[in-house]
Design a protein around this ligand. Structure first.
Ligand SMILES: O=C(O)CCC(=O)C(=O)O
Length: 244
């Protein structure tokens, strides 16, 4: 499904939309090669807040701020293939605000607690989204992101610090719905999901032998502004488990 009208209709209704084969195999391979090169050659020279590691103290859980640290990812985030669609979904000129990874490595990849991204982004109006690109296959076994369809229409829900490095703020009381409201985003490499910054979502640990690497491109409409109340709650949570 590459038709922008159809994508926008699902996004507005559900708060999340899956698009198959958005990136070609050679684009996925180029992303993987550059991530591996960046980690091998550059990461040690970057500030501490460029990464979060898993509990073993060495395996990478997240790379942060790739749009600042790496020209390949800065350029990727500005490709018309992506920004033309994002413009439609955020209802204004799209600004790239983050490129990051959720690596969910085999066996040690940790859980992501239930949250709304706007508790981190703190924007009003909530015209902000994430394009989540599957670099590895995402299966039921390796910790797919699970979304509660339609929950982006609930507004911002009460938060609490989660104590999880890389996901410092979570929901105080995650809403639940019937099983059919859950969307577990299984993906082939090159597929993407696009999710609204208020949709409730989480992911399980990866106990499998297959890594589940995702590249995330985060955008807001140029017209959004920071909400000081949301920002104060996030700053408090983040100070307990930096950097994000
Ligand atoms: O990749 C994951 O497991 C979680 C991603 C996430 O929380 C997000 O995209 O906001």
């Amino acid at each position: 499904m590459q038709d922008h009208d159809a994508i926008a209709a699902v996004y507005q209704q559900d708060g999340v939309v899956r698009i198959r084969a958005f990136f070609q195999p050679e684009q996925v391979e180029a992303i993987r090669v550059e991530l591996e090169r960046y980690v091998r050659d550059d990461l040690a020279m970057k500030p501490a807040d460029a990464r979060t590691v898993e509990a073993d103290g060495e395996t990478i859980r997240n790379l942060w701020r790739l749009e600042q640290h790496n020209s390949f990812f800065h350029e990727l985030g500005h490709q018309r293939q992506i920004t033309d669609l994002v413009r439609r979904l955020v209802g204004g000129r799209p600004l790239l605000v983050g490129v990051e990874t959720f690596n969910k490595p085999a066996r040690v990849g940790s859980a992501v607690p239930s949250h709304q991204d706007n508790a981190y982004f703190c924007q009003v109006p909530a015209d902000m989204l994430t394009v989540w690109v599957a670099i590895d296959a995402v299966t039921e076994a390796n910790g797919p992101v699970s979304f509660l369809r339609g929950s982006h229409r609930l507004g911002m829900l009460p938060t609490q610090p989660s104590g999880v490095a890389g996901n410092s703020i979570g929901l105080a009381s995650p809403p639940r719905g019937p099983e059919e409201q859950e969307f577990r985003a299984t993906l082939d490499p090159g597929d993407v999901t696009i999710h609204h910054c208020q949709i409730v979502h989480h992911s399980a640990p990866n106990h499998s032998d297959q890594s589940r690497l995702g590249l995330l491109l985060v955008y807001r409409g140029e017209h959004t502004r920071t909400d000081p109340r949301l920002r104060a709650a996030y700053d408090k949570a983040r100070s307990m488990t930096p950097p994000a």
